[in-house]
Design a protein around this ligand. Sequence first.
Ligand code: GLY
Length: 579
Amino acid sequence: MITTRFCQLSWSVMLCFSLVQGASAAPSPVSYGVETDTFHPVKEQHGMVASVDALATQVGVDILKQGGNAVDAAVAVGFALAVTHPQAGNLGGGGFMMLRTASGRTTAIDFREMAPARASRDMFLDANGNADSKRSLTSHLATGTPGSVAGFALAAQKYGTLPLSRLLAPAIKLARDGFVVNEALADDLNTYGKEVLLAHPNSKAIFFKADGAPYQKGEKLVQKNLAHSLSLIAKQGPDAFYKGAIADQIASEMAANGGLIGKADLAAYRAVERKPVSGSYRGYEVFSMPPPSSGGIHIVQILNILENFDLAKMGFGSADAIQVVAEAEKYAYADRSEYLGDPDFVKVPVQALTSKAYAKSLAQQIDLAKVRPSSEIKPGKLAPYESNQTTHFSVVDSKGNAVAVTYTLNTNFGSGIVAGNSGILMNNEMDDFSAKPGTPNVYGLVGGEANAVQPAKRPLSSMSPTIVAKDGKTWLVTGSPGGSRIITTVLQMVVNSIDFGMNVAEATAAPRFHHQWLPDQLRVEKGFSPDTLRLLETKGQHVKVQPAMGSTQSIMIGPDGMLYGASDPRTVDDLTAGY
Ligand code: GLY
C-alpha cells in the first residue's frame, strides 16, 4: 500500500477537532483510521518502511519480504539512499541508528564522522581570527572521516540475519543500471547541486549532463563508479572502504587538495555502540540518541519540562501550548551550547540535564503570559555532571524489531566533493564543530569549548532517531532531518501523538514551530491561526513564518498490533510502504 499525499487542505477542520479534544485534562486516546481522523496513515500488518525515497523504501520492503529483519532492511535502505538520494544518503558521511528489539532491548549505534588526526582547534579561523564557513563547508578541510559504511556493517553483523553482500545488492543494481530521477532530486540538483557540485569535475561528471545541465525529472542517472565502490564493499567488507582501494581514493583526493584525511584516519575509524538516552513522559518510555548527538538529551529534557504543564487541556496550536514548548526549547538549546560534545572527550552531564528535578526548576521559570528574552537565559547551573539536509528512515519487521536511522552528509550533497573515481560524495560535517565559541554554524547554532575541534573527536549533532514504548512495547519509531530543527520536530511528533491524541499521519502533518534560544525567534510554519500568532506576539515572542521544517518518516504500532506509518507531506517522492 502506498501513502497518500495529504497536504494541509483541511487544517482548519483538524484544528477545531483538536481544540475540542484539548478541553479534557487527560490526553485523548490515539485513534486509528476511524472516521474522525483527518489524515490517514498507511496501514500494514507484517512489516513497514518509511523513507524519503520511494525506491529505497521498496528496497527495504523487499528485504523484509525475503525474510530479513528490521536491521537488514534498514542497512539495505541506507545503502540504496546513498545511490538514489545523494542529497543526504551516503557512504561518505555518518549518522546514528536506534534499535529496539522485539524483546525490548535498546541500543544505539554511533557512526558519526571523526575529525582527522591532523585537525586542530582553530583550523577554520581566517587570518583575522574569524570563523570562515567556506573552509568548514566547501573545502576539503570540511570532511570528517566517514562512518556510514562501518556503522551499517556493524549493525548487519551484530543484529542482522543476512550477509552484507545481499544488503548491498539492490544499491549496486540501482547505481549500475541507473534509476529515474525524481522531482526532489531534480529540484535539489538544480539549486544546491549547482552551488556545490559544479565546482568539482568528478562531481559534475556524475550529476550533470554533457550539455552542462543537471539531470532532470524522468531522466536516468547511472553511477558506474559508485556501483564499483559498492561492489568492492560487497566483496571485501568494510575494509574495502577503510583500508583498501576506496581508502586510497579518499586519501589521494585529500592529499592533492589540502584535505586532512589520511589512510591512518580511515583505518582507525570505528563505529561504536552506546547506551541510548532514556526518559519517561506521561507513562511512555522514550529512547533516543546519546552524545555525540544532542538530540536524545534535549528531547527528554524538554519533555520533562512539558510534563509540568497540561498541554492537552491547553489544546493543539493554542498560544499557551506553543508558548510553553517554545520557552522550554530555549532553556534546552542554551544548555546545548554549553555542555554538549563528544562524550569520548568531554564529560556530558546526561543525568543532570535529563533529571526531572532540573526540569521542574526550569518549568517554574516559564511564564505563560510573558516571554523570557533569550538574552536573559543562560546555560543552567547543573548538579555535577540537522534545509532539510539530512535524511531519516524507520523500519519495523513482523517480529516487532524496530530501527530508526538518521544519517547525513550535513548540508545538501555535503562538501560537493566526490573522492577521486570512487563516485562517493564526501561530507562537510566538520562545520558541526564550533569553529569559534559563540559564532553560529550553518544552522545558527552556537557552541562552546565542549564542541571545539580536536583530533579524532566527533562533532556534536542534533540527529535524533527516537523510539517510544508504551506498556513495554514499541509504540512509535520516528526521526527527521532538519539540522537544529531536528530536535523540535521529533519532539512535536511525540507531543502531538501523546498529548494531542493524533494518529501518526496527523502528528506528521500538523504545522510545526521551533525555538533554538539564539536567534531569539519563534519560527513557525504556515497553518497556525493568525489570532494565535498575535497572542504569541503579545506574550513577547518574535514570531517569524518561514519554510516548512523537517521530513519525518514514522511508524506507530497500534493497540491492534497493526503498523501505521506516515511519510511527511512536506517532502515529495517519499514513501511509506509495507506488506
Ligand atoms: N549535520 C547536522 C547534525 O548532525 O545535526
